[in-house]
Ligand binder design. Sequence first.
Ligand code: NAD
Length: 508
Amino acid sequence: MAKSTSKRKPLMEAMDMKRDVYQMVINGDRVDSSTKETFTTYNPATGEPLAQVAKASKEDAERAVQAAKQAFDHGKWRHFPVSKRSRVLNKIASIMRSRFNELVELEVLNSGKSLSAAQGQVMQSIEDFEFYAGAIVGHRGTVNNVPSGFFNYSQNEPVGVCAQIIPWNYPMMMAAWKIAPAIAAGCSVVIKPASLTPLTAIVLTEICHEAGVPEGVVNILPGPGALIGDYLVEHPDVDKVAFTGSTPTGKDIMQKASQTLKRLTLELGGKSPNIIFDDADIEGAVAGSLFGIFYNTGQSCEARSRLYIHESIYDEFMEKFVEKTKQLKLGDPLDKETHLGSIISRGQLEVIDSYVQSAIEEGATVVEGGKRLEIEGFENGHWYAPTIITDVTPDMKVVKEEIFGPVVVVQTFNDEQEVIKQANDSEYGLGSAIWTKDQGRAKRVADLIQAGIVMINCPFSAFPGTPFGGYKQSGFGRELCIETLDLYTEQKSVLSYYGSRPINPFGV
Ligand code: NAD
């Protein structure tokens, strides 16, 4: 039999999810760093090393950008019929489904989050790929109204090479939010995960190849943000940057990306208000407020961290809220009974504690928590008690700044106008929640809240299809929705003339 002359690379085969060493993926290959350097990634719940990870250098970043550019300029992915791209996205989702438990376990081990949180986030990541597999099919151009004799249509074309930089709090979900719409649109991607939590994003990149994404379309560069992130943001061959992370880093990226006028999406920090009106269903509002702040151990950009309670129900609400907070179970993140996992790192633990100490120094009262915890069997991990702080004033650091931990500050109000003003008194504008049985009030307040997301009697905000993103210094651009595809495409307008006589505006 004649030997095959095909140059097609074999698809990346599945590997054990848990390994000692995780390589980068560049141009469809698992590769070591050009410097052979690795870094250690930890299990934050135990404080123990989990694996070694290839540490990307600038040289690796250059290779990844060139692989992505080659795939975009000369590869086939963007030219595939949209139904074929859609099929590959569905295949990614189905591989993820078949390896769901492994992905969840890896996410828990690398992030310290609870099993139930990781399950929800991995499931949503799967659904993101399914969502964009469908959405891209309907992402059509338009035929526009022009005078007779002319014909004008707009078509959506992929924007090009996208650098995607993600944080540590939702490692798998943020990777999915970024990769799925970008590749659905036909772009190429270089993704940089947070150094604290690179593992599930690396595995997701491998799964993309296993599902049939061609080489160079999805590349991953674990490594230091300041070095690799900067390099990507400033690179002239990168057409778009999609960043999720803190507001200071977002500002820095915006400045640097402006030099080459890159397309930019910024999903940044938050300090989201949670408003409990006097007619709220108290049980529902308590349960939703508990979840709103303590989900993911408070390490959530849209954590409802500023609680505003109507004075007339303050005592009743607080009694129940404090009581339920005491019932939250912290411990083994892999135990399905655990509500809250660990904090991501010792550094973050210190940040949280210093905020709480600053509140005490400024005269606030810690009514619950406010301390580090030692958990049996997890003594070297990073644990902090769910914390409720009262007697705060709007100028205190704990009220103004994002803590990014399980800490809620509580204030009271008397009327609708007053609480809208309090809620909007923030440089952020990401999430918000309103608890009331009065639908008219819910609508009025929702209209006036300066935030990208308003939840009414609802503890969650993010399903595939619901736009996610911020006002003010929480960033711009919306993810998780159909419109995200617009952020990964350019619109080209094509105008042609079919008149019987040539157009000769100069008349010469
Ligand atoms: P971070 O800004 O420190 O880091 C985010 C990513 O940027 C990491 O991959 C990091 O390595 C990289 N980075 C760091 N410096 C960089 C630089 N100079 N240039 C380019 N990249 C750089 O944020 P974090 O601590 O990982 O994550 C927590 C923050 O993320 C919080 O502020 C949170 O609110 C925010 N967040 C926002 C959303 C949202 O959708 N709005 C979602 C999740 C997290």
